[in-house]
Design a protein around this ligand. Structure first.
Ligand SMILES: C[S@@+](CC[C@H](N)C(=O)[O-])C[C@H]1O[C@@H](n2cnc3c(N)ncnc32)[C@H](O)[C@@H]1O
Length: 586
């Protein structure tokens, strides 16, 4: 029976602080989910028995530090216990309200006592509390400060002084008169309801508000909390800032604070003997956009499931490798990955089957974002267009490609890339070496290879072939190619070694009239053996029918527990090149 669905909103903001368009979707999660951490006990219910393929493996739960923000701490927004999982969490803090001008020196002085949460600035400004000084500072000629102007007078003055430079001089006004295009768009998308991003951090990651109850300056601060800025309840004093204090000082009285903070509060009296700085209580609300991917996933997924920690990226595509236990939640996981990695990531896919076909392409399922699997990857300053649905690409091999090009190839080399794919080795080699022959069996890969050669303006240095590897190697050595090959790359790790026999007798077919140069071969392979180098060397000897000496082995990477990808580099023995061929290619 299909379990009932529970609507989960990535976060629930107050109506005027609605969710940004990127994450406004509703996450629909099967109700049979195990309760999410205690903070969300009301949101997701029941045990995660539903996953037929779920593994019994218990995830090592990372202990949560007692310090810093966490979805497990704080409290939800009021009135959010209606079955909706909320990611908005409120935390109580203490802050020093200080004049804006003293903020920077005080920040230095109170270092160690200020809030130190990732991605939260310890200086908070409140909307509306801005610009008064710039606009209405008394002229040096008149020592008496003018009485605060009325709202009408302020608007008139602004209108008089606002000109082309106004946007520089009065950033607040500029913001009010010309909302950013993004904000305008959001406004439209919100069915006419205004979305405000003015409060607190960037992109609604967090919002700081003063706690009004019990605040002796309650009325005064009311204006700051309004969104109207210069509206009728705007702040009338000089600009102030809040220096957010370390979370351990929340709700403490002045006499309970450390000496360094007390000194600031005690020793900076105003002319009227009142302190220039005051201790205020405030609250910070952290929204869905604030929380890192792993925290959100941990809240959403049933307890005991290993939280998918990472993914590979290919251009705008995030490539997940989900375990069986994740599959019932694959769309949910993908949506979180998308939300947390926008705008760089636009599409999230999962591999549905291990690579098995000749072209080494993957069967991918698009789980979130747009459906396009055609993307552009930039590697070592070169651009590669790739269609992940029909060609091979592996960003994890970029270090290995650089090793070959930077440390192994010389400028005078002529490189033969037998299994070139869309050209990451061939094209980066062509930037350096004299000439490149690049081949692949997959016609689509060859199409992209040609496209990428043009994209990187290397048409004159690469010749492209679309044939089987054996035929390609034979034809390179039998026909009259101008450039004698000095380096051969064979990057088809599962099977490349099997193709080595094609080198037997290649000098016999040499029709160039020139002596046959023995190329250096860079052959890739996998080994699960305890001694992977020995194992791979044995395979090379077997296929070539000779004992090849001086083989340099390089461990490229561990592709699975106990399984190494290796690169064996050796000069083709003359005895092999002149031996009787044991394989007919034509
Ligand atoms: C592992 S990929 C390597 C591609 C490229 N070197 C890279 O690093 O992206 C192997 C490539 O070999 C091609 N291939 C497979 N069998 C082949 C064959 N018999 N002859 C030529 N190319 C082949 C596949 O189409 C694939 O593009």
């Amino acid at each position: 029976m299909t379990p009932p669905l529970l609507d989960l909103y990535p976060h629930c903001l107050l109506p005027r602080l609605r969710f940004s368009t990127s994450a406004r979707h509703v996450l629909r999660l099967p109700l049979h989910l195990k309760p999410v951490p205690s903070a969300f006990a009301t949101a997701a219910a029941a045990a995660a028995a539903a996953s037929s393929s779920s593994s019994s493996l218990q995830a090592p739960q990372v202990p949560h530090s007692l310090y810093g923000p966490s979805l497990r701490r704080g409290r939800p927004l009021p009135g959010e216990f209606d079955g909706t999982l909320s990611f908005a969490r409120i935390f109580d803090l203490a802050a020093l309200r200080v004049p804006a001008a003293s903020c920077a020196p005080l920040e230095r002085r109170l270092r160690g006592h200020l809030l130190n949460w990732p991605r939260v600035r310890n200086v908070a400004r409140l909307p509306g509390d801005d610009g008064y000084d710039t606009l209405f500072s008394p002229s040096p000629a008149s020592p008496n400060p003018p009485s605060p102007p009325t709202a009408v007078a302020r608007r008139e003055k602004l209108a008089r002084e606002f000109n082309a430079r106004g946007f520089v001089q009065f950033p607040n006004l500029a913001r009010m008169s010309r909302p950013s295009s993004r904000k305008r768009k959001e406004k439209k998308e919100e069915d006419g309801e205004a979305v405000t991003t003015a409060k607190g951090g960037k992109n609604n990651v967090y919002v700081v508000e003063l706690v009004r109850e019990g605040n002796e300056h309650g009325d005064e601060w009311m204006g700051l909390i309004s969104e109207e800025g210069f509206g009728k309840s705007a702040w009338r004093g000089a600009p102030t800032r809040l220096l957010l204090l370390d979370q351990s000082y929340a709700k403490r009285r002045v006499d309970e604070l450390p000496e360094a903070v007390k000194v600031v509060l005690d020793r900076e009296p105003n002319q009227d003997e009142s302190s220039a700085y005051e201790l205020v209580q405030c609250q910070i609300t952290l929204f869905y956009n604030y929380w890192p991917m792993n925290e959100v996933l941990e809240a959403l997924l049933p307890e005991g499931i290993i939280i998918p920690a990472g993914f590979e990226t290919v251009g705008h595509i995030a490539h997940l490798n989900l375990r069986d236990e994740h599959l019932p939640y694959k769309k949910l996981i993908a949506q979180v990955v998308l939300d947390k990695n926008k705008p760089k990531i636009q599409t999230v896919v999962n591999k549905t089957e291990a690579i098995q076909n000749d072209y080494r392409t993957m069967l991918l399922e698009v789980l979130a974002g747009n459906d396009s699997l055609v993307t552009t990857v930039i590697e070592s300053g070169l651009r590669f267009q790739v269609d992940l649905a029909s060609v091979y690409w592996n960003s994890r091999l970029s270090t290995e490609r650089q090793r070959l090009v930077n440390n192994v190839f010389r400028n005078s080399d002529v490189v033969c890339d037998v299994f070139s794919g869309v050209g990451p080795i061939a094209i980066s080699a062509a930037k350096k070496v004299k000439y490149v022959y690049a081949n692949d069996l997959n016609p689509t890969a060859v199409e992209y290879l040609e496209r990428n050669i043009v994209l990187n303006k290397l048409e004159r240095k690469i010749e492209v072939f679309n044939m089987d590897a054996r035929r390609f190697i034979s034809s390179i050595y039998s026909s009259q190619h101008v450039h004698p090959v000095t380096q051969v790359v064979m990057n088809l790790p599962n099977d490349a070694a099997e193709f080595l026999d094609v080198f037997r007798g290649i000098s016999r077919n040499n029709q160039s009239g020139l002596p046959c140069v023995m190329p250096k071969i860079h052959l890739y392979g996998f080994s699960k053996s305890e001694d992977p180098e020995y194992d791979f060397h044995e395979r090379i000897n077997l296929t070539l029918g000779e004992n090849v000496t001086d083989v340099e082995m390089h461990r490229v990477r561990l592709v699975a527990p106990g399984k190494w990808m290796l690169c064996a580099s050796f000069t083709l023995p003359e005895s092999v090149a002149s031996a009787k061929p044991n394989y007919l290619t034509f």
